[in-house]
Write a protein that binds this ligand. Structure first.
Ligand code: ZN
Ligand code: ZN
Length: 345
């Protein structure tokens, strides 16, 4: 089968590879839809991700498709060839301290699945057991493929205890920032978005943001937001992943408010925060990572109830052979939100 293989820094090649034979408990998914993700771009630039993917390895992790082959145990588990499914990009062990505490997102032994940019993928038994979900007949594969990033956003919203009536500031209007807009709006929050690209800000508006703030080159973020709005923000979400934006958050949230440092910054970076401000303003600062089997299921409910639709986030399309070129052009500054990768011609 054809697959995109990550070899290292800015080195992804589309090759003919052997589809691995299924092991006990595994199922094979014929991939109908694969989506690009911000994490892919980070990994492409760096050449690896210590936790998620170590090259050489088949690349990509957002997918939906049809079960095309079952191991015996897979069949016993109730799956059938032809089932329309989505699978998450990881599954927790279920036994470690954090899993037992209900924090499966930080499981000590998360098993990651890569290989969405391929004609098919063998799903390990643990993922089949924990994070393989059957789609409703009317659910579009393209919508379903949003489950993984959306589950991370559901995690972020739950962690920040966001609720109806709150005023929420979202910093960043990439795919994740935009998913926060859609879910916060669905929850009944009043949403303001600060971002850099007019097309993204227009997307935020159409998803229901009450106000959008163009922060231009990103310099003087705090004064630009303050000049644009007198709103007191109950919750501030950092969806950029830059230390200076993390630092700005504590100056933009109201007294007694909550900041979720959602965007992961480059390894080794640090931030400087005003301790007096944090203490006397009684701020709650937190960070969310990844998803759990529960938030994966919540995410699919949001998709299947029509709250989240791929049409609002997927703005590009390419064939598998064009993927390396697309990743290069994204590295050079071509900022599509998400691209549908057609794995078969
Ligand atoms: Zn992703
Ligand atoms: Zn665990």
């Amino acid at each position: 089968m054809k697959a995109a293989v990550l070899y290292g820094k800015e080195d992804v090649r589309v090759e003919e590879i052997e589809a691995p034979a299924l092991k006990a408990g595994e199922v094979r998914i014929q991939i109908e839809v694969a989506l690009t993700c911000g994490t892919d771009l980070k990994v492409f630039r760096r050449g690896y991700h210590a936790k998620m993917i170590v090259p050489p390895a088949v690349f990509g992790h957002e997918l939906a498709g049809l079960i095309s082959e079952l191991s015996e145990a897979g069949a016993q588990a109730g799956w059938s060839v032809g089932d329309r499914v989505v699978v998450a990009n990881s599954a927790p062990c279920g036994c470690c301290f954090h899993c037992q505490a209900g924090q499966e997102n930080i499981c000590d032994d998360l098993l990651f699945l890569n290989g969405a940019y391929a004609e098919s993928i063998a799903v390990p038994a643990r993922l089949v057991g924990k994070n393989l979900l059957l789609l409703k007949p009317e659910t579009d594969f393209l919508d379903a493929a949003l489950v993984e990033p959306l589950a991370c956003v559901v995690q972020g919203i739950d962690d920040a205890k966001m609720r109806s009536g709150q005023h929420v500031l979202i910093l960043g209007a990439g795919p994740i920032g935009l998913m926060f807009v859609a879910l916060a709006k669905a929850l009944g929050c009043k949403v303001t978005v600060a971002g850099r690209r007019p097309a993204r800000l227009a997307a935020a508006r159409s998803l229901g943001a009450a106000q959008v703030i163009d922060i231009g080159d990103g310099a003087d973020l705090v004064s630009k937001v303050r000049a644009a709005t007198k709103e007191h923000f109950d919750v501030v979400i950092e969806a950029v992943g830059k230390p200076d934006v993390w630092e700005a958050c504590v100056h933009l949230v109201r007294k007694g408010g909550t900041v979720n440092f959602f965007g992961g910054c480059p390894a080794g970076t640090t931030v400087t925060l005003d301790t007096t401000l944090i203490h006397y303003s009684d701020l709650t600062l937190l960070a969310s990572f990844h998803h759990t089997p529960r938030t994966i299921r919540r995410a699919l409910e949001f998709i299947e109830s029509g709250v989240i639709r791929a049409a609002d986030f997927v703005d590009g399309e390419c064939g598998l052979s064009e993927l390396p070129g697309l990743l290069k052009s994204m590295t050079a500054g071509n900022r599509v939100v998400k691209t549908l990768v057609r794995v078969r011609n």
